[in-house]
Design a protein around this ligand. Structure first.
Ligand code: PLP
Length: 497
């Protein structure tokens, strides 16, 4: 069963937790028991493909979904032609002690696909299981990656509509094109004439507007969000930690039982938290290394035990990690304090009310026994993209470069020889200008598609089909609105369908 990190009596099945998203008391849903696996179970994964591995892991957590239901969801998410490689999440070995886990082979070329390809199918089944008749309307405010990944994941899924709001001048041209060309009978994309904060605030206001929600409920609509605190977004991410380990075993890179380090470019702490669950289940992990950019609130927390969001927000070359409140950290605190919901509740209140909290020595020591953290500046990130390219002929995106750089710092400071897996969260083509600039000093071409061509020549990789096609694709979405008109826009969209 699933319970809240902030206590209370609520006990939900996985399907219910996925449908509800966030607990009534503001907490996040966590599994009451973390399933345990053994070395034979891990050894068996070697012979499986990604879908079978997903089945093996997910069936341990999503116990109220039948085996057939899970197979259907997994096939819909990762089956034939969804990802551009049948490996789904391939491991690329660059050196004896350093491998890259590529999480960006999905339809939007970024790691969010790993979860957002699966979540909609789990949610659709949750609706069915609960007998919910209302149409669920997913509202998303996006600064780029999440919006597109959610659109792709939710398109044409039963009983669900999705409306994505993006700040008109706040996303890259590629990201904008990815969204305005989105196909699907249940999708809407709206440009907001404001910045990301205005957009996000607008969506939050809609969620909190009781009268508006009641009116829409009467018309058979119920709002939900697809954000990364939903258990249905976290659980799919546990799979690739096991999959990477099994691939390395199979390739002889590691031997059975050998511990590895995972280095994770971190924003909302969802990705690395999935690694923590894998560790708790029994995957041989030595360290989980948390890599941040200049918005280094998490790195500071894991070094000092003090979480302080009262700081300047930096726009960096790794924008998907530009976050000051890492929501999923709450789940880790719940587990490392031995399920001390009262303390978690207090810290989260302090964070909201005072802007910071401080954990005690015991908790910090427990955290540091498994986690290590540091950060990389934009300058270091750019240098790392060039260094990895020059040394290994491998082209990585800025988020991946942040992780690579932090891995280097870890090795320098600790001399730990444990083999490392660096999680690569975006295709370099998605951040083409930053990558070409890092490799050539400049990317003068103003046209995105010319830069994609340049990057294709430099990397030796074809431009991902879904990005190359954007130039010719029909622009399907042209609605825009002012921040204060977002609720009305939702109403119009739902009535005109
Ligand atoms: C979302 C995202 C991240 C951060 O992942 P979290 O789970 O939020 O820590 C890192 N890199 C890319 C490219 C992303 O899209």
């Amino acid at each position: 069963m699933y319970i809240s990190t902030r206590g209370g009596e609520e006990q939900l099945t996985a399907a219910q937790a996925i449908l509800k998203g966030i607990a009534g008391n503001g907490g996040l849903y966590v599994p009451e028991d973390i399933p345990a696996i053994d070395s034979a179970w891990i050894a068996n994964l070697q012979a499986m493909d990604y879908c079978q591995r997903a089945q093996a892991v997910l069936s341990l957590f999503l116990t109220d979904y039948s085996a057939d239901e899970l197979v259907a969801c997994i096939q819909a998410a990762y089956g034939a032609d969804k990802f551009d490689t049948s490996d789904v999440a391939p491991v690329v070995k660059l050196a004896e002690d350093s491998s890259i886990l590529e999480l960006w082979h999905g339809p939007t070329s970024a790691f969010k696909d790993m979860a957002l390809q699966l979540l909609p199918h789990l949610l659709s089944l949750s609706l069915k299981k609960s007998g919910e008749k209302a149409e669920v309307v997913i509202l998303v405010a996006t600064s780029g990656d999440t919006g597109k990944a959610a659109l792709e994941g939710f398109k044409d899924v039963n009983q669900i509509r999705i409306i994505v709001f993006y700040p008109q001048d706040g996303v890259s041209e590629i990201q904008r094109l990815q969204m305005v060309t989105q196909e699907g009978g249940n999708v809407s994309v709206v440009a907001v004439t404001g910045n990301f904060d205005d957009t996000q605030t607008g969506v939050k206001q809609i969620f909190n507007d009781t009268a508006f929600n009641a009116r829409l409920a009467a018309q058979g609509h119920q709002f939900s969000s697809a954000n990364s605190i939903n258990w249905g977004r976290l659980v799919p991410q546990i799979v690739y930690y096991f999959s990477a380990y099994a691939d390395m075993l199979k390739a002889g890179t590691i031997s059975a039982g050998e511990k590895v380090n995972f280095v994770v470019p971190t924003g909302n702490f969802g990705n690395i938290l999935a690694g923590y669950y894998a560790y708790r289940m029994g995957l041989p992990i030595n360290k989980l290394i948390c890599a941040a950019n200049n918005n280094n609130v998490l790195a500071e927390f894991l070094q000092t035990g003090r979480y302080d969001r009262r700081r300047e927000f930096h726009k960096t070359l790794s924008p998907s990690m530009d976050i000051l409140i890492s929501s999923n950290l709450e789940r880790l605190l719940y587990h490392v304090t031995g399920q001390d919901t009262a303390r978690v509740d207090r810290w989260m209140r302090e964070l909201t009310e005072e802007g910071f909290y401080q954990v005690d020595e015991t908790v910090l020591t427990a955290l540091q026994s498994l986690f290590w953290a540091d950060w990389s500046s934009d300058q270091q990130t750019t240098e790392t993209i060039a260094a990895v390219y020059n040394k290994f002929g491998y082209t990585c995106d800025p988020h991946t470069a942040v992780a690579w750089e932090v891995c280097e710092k870890y090795r320098q400071q600790t001399a730990d020889p444990t083999k490392a897996v660096i999680l690569s969260t975006a295709s370099p083509f998605k951040f083409n200008t930053s990558v070409v600039t890092a490799l050539q000093g400049t990317a003068e071409e103003a046209n995105e598609f010319v830069i994609l061509e340049q990057l294709s020549r430099l990397s030796g990789w074809p431009i991902p089909k879904q990005l190359a096609e954007l130039e010719q694709k029909q622009r399907l979405h042209s609605i825009s609105c002012k921040p204060e008109e977002m609720a009305k826009t939702v109403q119009d969209i739902l009535q005109n369908k």
